[in-house]
Design a protein around this ligand. Structure first.
Ligand code: PEP
Length: 252
């Protein structure tokens, strides 16, 4: 089963519109014509429209960092799928551990967000991962099983393969402490098996990403693992040179 590599840069709460513009302009000459890897950047909501416009006509896709499950209503501070598709956003990161940890994101809401994104024409990246404490207590598989099963439960089986699942151990995010290639492979393989539990073919086709302190120095080893199809990159995605080097590593 050949799966197209997928490298996504999560810019988080960084970059004003002017700075986002500067970063995409630095990225386009480096990765704008890459066709054999899905290259994604996820700026803040305010920069989305500007970055979409700058990336138009290139191979770079632009994703949001979150989305509400409802299309409209009394949900102050939220942004919906139709608002994202209106400005030609391609997809959305859902369930990032920082959303879960700091903003009360729940598996129950994700159960609605993931299928809503697909229905609206957005590719969802469903983020899952265990905390350091859960890993130490041998709870990693139980935690991942719960997150994957809840997150994908309401996705129609024929669309499951379109979801991208990012395995991001919470203890590796922004800490400089990446999982080893062996740990990342073992856990991404487990995540794939969970998707295969819904549907064997979808599990074979789904892209599983690793995320957590990925840098140009450790990218090649991690990305060469059989069940790892790409990466969700935080810190290193803010530097055009580093992000381009990770995209290059994904080309094999
Ligand atoms: C992330 O936030 O998804 C992430 C992987 O961050 P970092 O690469 O900085 O660890």
């Amino acid at each position: 089963m050949s799966r197209k590599p997928f490298i996504a840069g999560n810019w988080k709460l960084n970059n004003t519109i002017a700075e986002a513009e500067e970063l995409i302009q630095a990225l386009l000459p480096r990765v704008g014509a890459v066709e054999d890897v899905d290259v994604v950047v996820a700026p803040s909501y305010l920069s989305l429209a500007a970055v979409v416009d700058s990336a138009r006509g290139s191979a770079v896709q632009v994703y949001a960092q979150n989305m509400h499950e409802k299309d409209s209503g009394a949900f102050t501070g939220e942004v919906s799928a139709p608002m994202l598709t209106e400005i030609d956003v391609h997809g959305v990161i859902l369930g990032h551990s920082e959303r879960r940890q700091f903003f009360g994101e729940t598996d129950r809401a994700l159960q609605l967000k993931v299928p809503r994104a697909l229905e609206a024409g957005l590719i969802p990246i469903l983020c899952v991962g265990e905390t350091e404490e859960e890993r130490e207590q041998g709870d990693t598989e139980r935690r991942l099983r719960h997150q994957v099963q809840e997150g994908l439960e309401k996705v129609p089986v024929e669309r499951l393969h379109e979801v991208v699942v990012a395995y991001e151990p919470v203890w590796a995010i922004g800490t400089g402490l990446s999982a080893t290639a062996e740990q990342a492979q073992e856990t991404c393989g487990f995540v794939r098996a969970l998707v295969q539990g819904f549907d064997k073919e979808a599990g074979n086709a789904v892209r599983v990403l690793y995320g957590g302190s990925l840098k140009p120095e450790n990218a090649a080893e991690i990305l060469s693992q059989p069940d790892i199809d790409g990466a969700l990159v935080g810190g290193a995605s803010l530097d055009a040179e580093s992000f381009a080097a990770i995209v290059e590593a994904a080309r094999g």
